[in-house]
Design a protein around this ligand. Structure first.
Ligand SMILES: [Zn+2]
Ligand SMILES: [Zn+2]
Length: 331
């Protein structure tokens, strides 16, 4: 049975939207949420999480965008647990985006911590770094991009090819346990947003760290970790089903605020994707053929005409992904 999201949007979140960063807060004893600013980004901050173990160590999940201010906030947040950067024993990243792993290398260098990322995400980062793929794939001739828009999109793909890279000490697999003495934190592979995205679940404490897989306010983009063999939308819907069963858990997302009610939120996120699939289906049924033309008929936040550069490239890639999904379902 689903219940309403709790709490209602906290005041500190409204503050953040007005440009004031919320303070770190204690989610559970020894588990803190630390807002890290995202300079120049659409979102004001990401949420890093710091957990203590029973041997004096600290384990950080998603240390956030690299900046001096972000570093100071991370260090100050760790101090709230009564520990210091020297005590950091591991850094785990839910996925490859710079607002999650940007400070991982600095933190590992400063502390000697082990860095852990899912195996598929490491493979994705390698593919992006080698330049074999852009973050939203290469521009497919079948997308039907008009000549006058080609240069803008090609440039966006070039920029998106400069993917972040970190040296990974431990490649995670689904079902693995993080090496945190005194805690049972399990890796839940949730591909969709990227191919090697993971959530982390501490079952006894009933907390679920969701990275960008489940967010309280916004709909995450899909397939943003380079091309994968499977369809990111199909992966994402399956990954929502996977975490929706933990409805008692407190969700600790990568942006926004903590809440309870993951089943309802997963249903909303899935409904959003299905609504777009319906739009794609209608466009295809009306005889629209290319991803460019289909994308122009979909509802985009802020409007299709105003999407430019990377966001437009991403929108077309997502449209192509949905078209592939619809056509696959019709076979
Ligand atoms: Zn992300
Ligand atoms: Zn993010």
């Amino acid at each position: 049975m689903s219940r309403p999201l709790t709490p209602t949007v906290p005041a500190q979140y409204a503050d953040a939207r007005a440009g004031r960063l919320p303070e770190p807060c204690e989610v559970r004893e020894g588990l803190w949420s630390i807002p890290v600013p995202m300079p120049g980004a659409r979102l004001p901050y990401s949420l890093a999480y710091a957990l203590t173990d029973d041997g004096g160590g600290v384990h950080v999940v998603d240390p956030g965008t690299a900046s001096d201010d972000g570093w100071d906030r991370l260090v100050a947040g760790i101090a709230r647990l009564g520990r210091s950067v020297d005590d950091v024993a591991s850094v785990t990243c839910t996925h490859m985006h710079p607002d999650h792993l940007g400070q991982a290398t600095r933190l590992a260098d400063a502390s000697g911590a082990v860095v852990a990322v899912h195996r598929a995400e490491v493979a994705g980062m390698e593919a992006l770094r080698s330049g074999r793929r852009g973050i939203v794939g290469s521009i497919d001739p079948a997308w039907g991009v008009p000549d006058e828009h080609r240069a803008d999109l090609e440039a966006a793909h070039q920029v998106s090819g400069t993917a972040p890279w970190i040296d990974v000490d431990r490649e995670l697999e689904d079902g693995d346990r993080l090496d945190i003495p005194g805690r049972r934190v399990e890796v839940v592979w949730t591909p969709g947003h990227t191919g090697g995205h993971v959530c982390l679940r501490e079952s006894e404490e009933k907390v679920l760290l969701t990275g960008d897989h489940v967010l309280p306010v916004i709909n995450p983009g899909l397939g943003l970790g380079g091309q994968t063999a499977s369809n990111p939308l199909a992966d994402y819907l399956a990954s929502l089903d996977r975490v929706a069963v933990w409805d008692e858990d407190e969700v600790c997302p990568g942006h926004g605020y903590q809440f309870v009610g993951v089943a309802q939120r997963c249903a909303e996120l899935a409904a959003h994707q299905r609504q777009r699939l319906d739009e794609v289906e209608r466009a295809l049924a009306a005889g629209v053929r290319t991803a460019w033309d289909v994308a122009g008929r979909l509802t985009w936040t802020g409007g299709w005409e105003r999407l430019a550069g990377f966001r437009r490239a991403s929108a077309i890639a997502q449209t192509a992904m949905m078209m592939q999904h619809v056509r696959g379902a019709q076979v």
